[in-house]
Design a protein around this ligand. Structure first.
Ligand code: CO
Length: 134
């Protein structure tokens, strides 16, 4: 079902500082910050050649990233995202197999303007998995 790894997302307490470290210490290509209030994040994308890294900073009071950072103040890996060709077919297969889809179970528009859904970490060894239709 899944295709390539689209991105690894890391929650960070200070987006500017994290971006500078990736750029200056790792020599990475860091994109401009994008505020996505509907997702409660400000993010940057880092081009890792075969994939991307997404740095996420909380935006707004009810940001899911704020909750994550409350548990892990120094930041940490938040989710990994795999590409799928048909997200509704993927959702049906996963639900039939017993995986839990977060929210109401239907895809919504993600940070890249494409349909996404998130799978509960409990079925995946503590890792939050995002699926993105490409
Ligand atoms: Co993501």
């Amino acid at each position: 079902m899944i295709g390539r790894l689209n991105h690894v997302a890391i929650a960070v307490p200070d987006l500017a500082a994290a971006s500078a470290r990736y750029r200056d210490l790792l020599g990475a290509q860091v994109g401009p910050p994008q505020a996505l209030p509907e997702h409660g994040v400000t993010l940057v994308f880092i081009d890792a050649g075969n994939s991307k890294v997404e740095l996420l900073e909380p935006l707004g009071a009810d940001s899911p990233i704020a909750a994550f950072l409350a548990r892990s103040p120094g930041g940490g890996m938040h989710h990994i995202c795999f590409e799928v060709p048909d997200i509704r077919a993927a959702a049906a297969t996963l639900a039939a197999g017993g995986a839990r889809i977060l929210g109401d179970g239907t895809p919504r528009t993600g940070a890249h303007g494409k349909p996404v859904l998130f799978l509960h970490p409990k079925e995946f060894d503590g890792t939050l998995i995002e699926l993105e239709e490409v």
